[in-house]
Design a protein around this ligand. Structure first.
Ligand code: PRP
Ligand code: ZN
Length: 286
């Protein structure tokens, strides 16, 4: 029987929706009618394990799972023996220190002697070591943000994404310890069959990530301006040029990095381009 690649993902939480979306974009439909803890994909030799995000690095290190999708913050905190393969560009967040809104703050030295509650004692400990500041770290596993309000700690260090959890608990962010996003991790050693499946999985994920970073652009250009327009377009290859029914005009198509559109639009207009359309790309296989 051929093998299946075992992929551990978060069962529910900040990462799970985007993870499910990414998997769906590469043809792996997640369906968990009875909230099963395992699911076998029909279209890919894959078994998906639904677990707590904090457990994913350990499962991958121990070989319970072959690969995992998890926040880099969790990986760096646990420091497991795994390979971090790809940054996935979603679930961006930061690990930050926060204090009650009214507390004065001018820099890390103000935290000397304070008690800080966190689920990230490893990362926070290293941070204060680098800063040369002495604090007492209280490790708690959840609802960190209520610690100052109930007198358990002076401040907290936790994941901040939109910032609304801090605001609703009367806290303000004062230092960023780490920037994080979802990453793909894998066991140190995989047998050749599983390694080949992992390559396929990564190739598909890259196609989706690249597509998200690019746009398909099309515009009408007088033939006399095609050369100028081609020079302006930050394309991957030479653009496609097709004649329009209107004499002397062409339709020019190209793929551009999504963040360059606003930089080039004025130059394109000046060069004579009209009727520009910018369209999302679903997948990009290079
Ligand atoms: C983090 C953190 C906050 C929330 C912050 O939890 O503990 O509760 O996200 O998000 P906000 O800034 O958008 O309000 P996370 O989703 O990482 O869950 P977990 O710690 O339970 O895994
Ligand atoms: Zn968690």
């Amino acid at each position: 029987m051929s093998k299946r690649l075992r992929l551990a993902i978060q069962s529910s939480g900040r990462l799970s929706d985007s993870t499910t979306e990414l998997l769906s974009a590469i043809g792996i439909r997640i369906s968990r009618p009875d909230r099963k803890l395992r699911m076998v994909s029909e279209h890919f030799a894959l078994e998906v394990l639904f677990v707590r995000d904090d457990d994913i690095p350990g499962y991958v290190a121990d070989g319970v799972a072959d690969v995992g999708i998890v926040g880099e913050n969790v990986v760096l905190e646990k420091n497991p023996d795994v390979r971090v393969l790809d940054r996935l560009g979603f679930a961006r967040c930061r690990l930050s220190i926060a204090l009650p809104k009214a507390d004065p703050y001018s820099g890390p030295k103000d935290l000397e002697g304070k008690h800080i509650a966190t689920s990230y004692p490893g990362l926070l400990g290293r941070y204060f070591e680098q800063q040369g500041v002495n604090v007492t770290i209280h490790e708690i596993s959840g609802s960190v943000e209520i610690a100052p309000g109930i007198g358990l700690a002076d401040g907290i260090c936790d994941i901040v994404s939109s910032g609304s959890t801090l605001i609703s608990n009367g806290l303000k962010e004062v230092e960023t310890v780490l920037q994080s996003e979802a990453v793909l991790i894998a066991s140190q050693e995989l047998d050749p069959e599983l390694a080949a499946l992992l390559d396929t999985l990564r190739f598909r994920i890259q196609s989706v990530l690249k597509a998200g970073k690019h746009r398909y652009i099309l515009m009408n250009v007088p033939n006399t301006a095609i050369e100028r327009v081609t020079e302006i377009l930050p394309g991957m290859r030479a653009p496609t040029v097709m004649p329009l029914a209107t004499e002397g005009w062409s339709s020019v198509h190209s793929v551009i990095p999504e963040n360059t559109f606003w930089d080039v639009i004025d130059s394109l207009k000046e060069a004579g381009a009209e009727g520009m359309l910018v369209i999302p790309i679903e997948k990009m296989v290079l």
